[in-house]
Design a protein around this ligand. Structure first.
Ligand code: PLP
Length: 420
């Protein structure tokens, strides 16, 4: 089959596709696998019960049900939800915004696709611009979201060792360069895969650089404030008319309703809504209608702070404890300080095998993790660190996570023993 450049680019080997394929195949086998690979949020019974009750109320109300399934919303998204959300963000975070500053997309992934291609790629004046990631590791879902190749550039992070087995990435501003070829800056806060939360100072510096160069700063808040607020550290949310903040209902427990939220200045929202109309005609209303009450009365914040965040924070602490126990004092492992999101990012310094080989060995032992090498979009060099990390999800049932961690420790220790 002959395909266009677009068809070829989007069907050729992509990190996220091979990852999803591999995870899917492993699951489809006849073996029970310990799933520590995917990014699916955990199933929190109290949260699901809330949405089940809301669903029942919708079913009992013919007008609401009709609205849920029978109406095309405008391309900017469901009007009442957008109004209520603007009010909530004004009230809670003091952001100077109105409904004209918010657009809904079919998942934030779709929002990133549109935003990235609005600001990077070929320009009419013949120039070509990229999305600049202040540092990688970064979210693998960005990696293939450009309509052209060579779409991202990223800096190496500075690595701060916090204690014997804990570290934190920081933006290395000495490596961070904005040029004529930079279309926008993008950073996830908290970061998938590392659980890093870039500091207020780092964010302020990025904001100031972005303004200076008149390019937008995209802040991916899929795990961030004010919901689902999977932030276990101090972090002040930022928005101003040069920022584009992307949020999502997914990590609150609604990944399948596909609701992404973009908060930006009005001209960006209008442009995005226009593109959304061409690609999607309209954004699905399901998530907006389902979460309508929670956003109107602000309960979405209580759900995040009282149910969702404590669930992940507890799970993160447990997982770190089990990992320290299983690794013992002599294995050269480091955990990225878990400051948010739902992953542990493990770094095995001078690991004698690649992280992909470690992933394969773990798969043989019935444990699925994600090899870290996928998470370095925009870093093209042969940096050894890229081969030394894995991402581990800790949101499945505790007994399996604990067993999975023990197996990870055994395999890592075996690898070091084989090549002392
Ligand atoms: C950092 C980050 N951003 C964005 C997304 C996309 O989420 P969704 O499209 O479900 O809103 C994800 C999903 O895992 C993510 O981890």
């Amino acid at each position: 089959m002959k395909l266009s450049a677009f068809g070829t680019k989007f069907t050729s080997h992509s990190g996220i596709l091979s990852l999803m394929d591999d995870l899917g195949n492993a699951l489809a086998g006849d073996r029970d696998m310990i799933m520590m690979g995917g990014g699916n949020p955990g199933h929190i019974p109290a949260v699901q019960e809330l949405f089940r009750q809301r669903m029942e109320r919708i079913l009992d109300n013919p007008r609401e049900f009709q609205h849920l399934i029978g109406v095309y919303d405008p391309p900017q998204g469901e009007v009442t939800f957008v109004e209520n959300l603007a009010r909530l963000l004004r009230r809670e975070l003091g952001w100077d915004i109105g409904p004209e500053n918010i657009a809904l997309t079919n998942g934030s992934q779709a929002g990133f696709f549109m935003l990235f291609n609005m600001f990077a790629g070929a320009y009419d004046d013949g120039s070509f611009k990229r999305i600049q990631l202040p540092m990688a590791p970064e979210y693998i879902g960005y990696a293939d979201a450009g309509l052209s190749r060579d779409f991202f550039s990223a800096g190496h992070p500075r690595i701060d060792i916090l204690d014997e087995h804990l570290f934190k990435y920081r933006v290395d501003f000495s490596e961070f360069e904005i040029t004529e070829q930079t279309g926008a800056i993008c950073v996830s806060r908290p970061t998938n895969p590392t659980g890093n939360v870039i500091t207020d100072e780092e964010l302020a510096q990025l904001d100031s650089l972005a303004r200076q160069h008149e390019i937008p700063l995209i802040i991916d808040s899929a795990y961030g404030t004010p919901f689902p607020n999977l932030v276990f550290t101090e972090a002040t949310p930022l928005w101003n008319d040069n920022c584009i903040v992307c949020m999502s209902l997914s990590k609150l427990g609604l990944p399948s309703v596909r609701t992404g939220i973009v908060v930006a200045r009005e001209e960006i929202i209008q442009a995005l809504s226009g593109i959304n109309a061409i690609i999607n005609l309209s954004t699905g209303s399901f998530g907006a209608v389902l979460a309508q009450d929670l956003v109107r009365n602000g309960e979405i914040l209580k759900v995040s702070n009282d149910l969702v965040r404590p669930y992940y924070q507890r799970r993160a602490q447990e997982a770190v404890g089990w990992l320290r126990e299983a690794m013992g004092p002599d294995t050269p492992y480091y955990i990225h300080k878990p400051e948010g999101a739902m992953f542990l990012w493990l770094w095995f310094k001078d690991l004698p095998i690649s992280s992909l080989e470690l992933y394969e060995r773990l798969k043989q032992r019935g444990v699925l993790v994600v090899s870290g090498h996928y998470f370095f979009p925009g870093i093209g060099d042969e940096w050894q660190h890229k081969q030394e990390c894995i991402r581990v999800t800790y949101s499945q049932d505790p007994a399996s996570v604990r067993r999975g961690i023990e197996i990870i420790a055994e395999e890592v220790q075996r690898a070091y023993r084989e090549h002392p």
